[in-house]
Each structure stands twice: as C-alpha cells, then as structure tokens.
Design a protein around this ligand. Structure first.
Ligand code: MN
Length: 256
C-alpha cells in the first residue's frame, strides 16, 4: 500500500465561505438540503467534513460520489472517521458495524458494489487530520481525539514515516497509532471526570471534531464537537467558520 499523508495542511484564505459538516453517515438527503439552505457555492466555498461519511443511512453511494467530486474540484476537504476505514478492514467487522447496506448492494448488483468499494478505498486514503490555515488562525480537524491533546505531537506522528507506514491493523482497519484520532472519545471521559480543561489541545487555535453525538455543537475549551447524529435525529450540522468562532466566544464569555 502506498504511503498516505496522515496530516494535510491546507491554506484556506482564498475561499469565500468555509463550512464544517458533522458525520453524514449516508444521509445524502440531509446534506443536499443543508447545502441548499446555506447557499453553498462550489465555485467559491469550502466544505470541511469531520469524517464518517458512510454506514447507517440509505444513500451511501451518493455521498461517496458527491465527496469524491468535491475533493477533486477542491470544494471539499475531509478527514476520515472510523467508519471510513471499515471497508479496508475486516469485512465481517464492517458488516457487524452498520455496513449491511453494502451487503445488500452486493446481492443486488455485484458490479456496482465493486465500483463503490474501489471508491471507498480512495476515501479511506484521505488524511486523518487537517490543519486549516486562515489569515489569522490555525484550525485542526480530526474525527476523534488528538494524541495527548497536543497538535505538535500529531504533527510529529504524521511526519514519522516509519510509524505512518506501519501496516499492523486491528479488525476495524485502523493501524494502531491512529486509533485515538479515529475513535477517541476524550470528551466523554473528561465529562465523567468533570475535568473539561483537559480537552484543550495545545499548539493549535481550535479543533473541530465529530464521532461523539451532541445535541447541538458543543464548545469545550478550544474544541468543538459537531456530530448531531444526523442518521437518527435527522439534523445534520453544517456550520460556517464565523458561526463557530462566535460559538467559541460565547462559550468563553459564559465561563467568565
Ligand atoms: Mn465515528
């Protein structure tokens, strides 16, 4: 397997609007609706996905096609979530974890399923982390957690080719050191310990994540969680950068 960059640094200054989108999980209907409501313009805007594009929802192939085209035409940037790696992991594990839509597709049309699988392999090779550079901020994006809550630690890991190329994987298709990025639920542990300050990530201004379902975007320290459980709540969060920054400011004001 070719070596894949785990962290992608992207200058986003030239986009008119930047939107962040929570876990889609096959809900292409909600994605279309949200982009229409937000008047998303592919010729000038960027949509940033926090991962988990597939599984659970009924429209996974449409999501995959839309995202691949957006990546190609540079109006989408994404990080992978745990579900985006299942297609390159153990097949039974995937089927037991909401991949059954793929089994049904395979039974219905094997050729079509193989085409979709090839596309899913492309998506699984997208980065685990994004570092977006605006005129005055650096914003990190990961599906789960940041290793040791330190963005520099993540940079070091991502640049360690020996580590990056390790092929040892668990059943979910996740190389070991990537687990926390894909499946970390630090927010839950911090809540349990009543120690939310421990979520602050150093060496980066803000971090946007999915994976943990929240009722509305939840701002904690310099992190925000935007997965509002679209699959069953029917609410997919698509939030603009100015709205996110306003959310951080409001959260800070509440603490004071
Ligand atoms: Mn997830």
């Amino acid at each position: 397997m070719p070596s894949v960059p785990k962290l992608k640094v992207l200058n986003v200054e030239h986009y008119r609007n930047i939107f962040f989108c929570g876990d889609i999980h096959g809900r292409f209907d909600l994605l279309e609706q949200a982009l229409h409501t937000r008047q998303f313009d592919p010729s000038s805007d960027l949509l940033v996905l926090v991962g988990d594009l597939i599984d659970r929802g009924d429209h996974c192939p449409q999501v995959v096609d839309f995202v691949l085209e957006g990546l190609e035409r540079k109006y989408i940037a994404m990080v992978t979530g745990n579900h985006d790696h299942y297609p390159v992991g153990d097949y039974n594990y995937w089927m037991q974890n909401d991949g059954d839509w793929f089994d049904r597709l395979k039974a219905f049309n094997r050729d079509e399923a193989n085409t979709v699988l090839t596309k899913l392999h492309h998506l699984a090779a997208e980065p685990l982390a994004l570092e977006l550079i605006t005129s005055d901020l650096r914003i990190g994006v990961v599906h789960g957690d940041v290793p040791e809550n330190c963005w520099q630690r993540l940079r070091n890991l991502a640049n360690d080719t020996e580590l990056s190329n390790q092929t040892e994987k668990n059943a979910a298709g996740e190389p070991r050191w990537q687990r926390c990025l894909l499946s970390g639920r630090g927010i839950l542990k911090a809540k349990q310990l009543n120690d939310l300050a421990r979520l602050r990530v150093s060496n980066i201004d803000y971090v946007v994540s999915g994976h943990v379902v929240v009722r509305t975007p939840e701002y904690i320290s310099n992190r925000v969680y935007i997965d509002t459980g679209a699959y069953y709540t029917h609410r997919l969060t698509v939030i603009s950068l100015p709205e996110l920054l306003a959310g951080f400011n409001a959260a800070t004001a509440n603490l004071a």
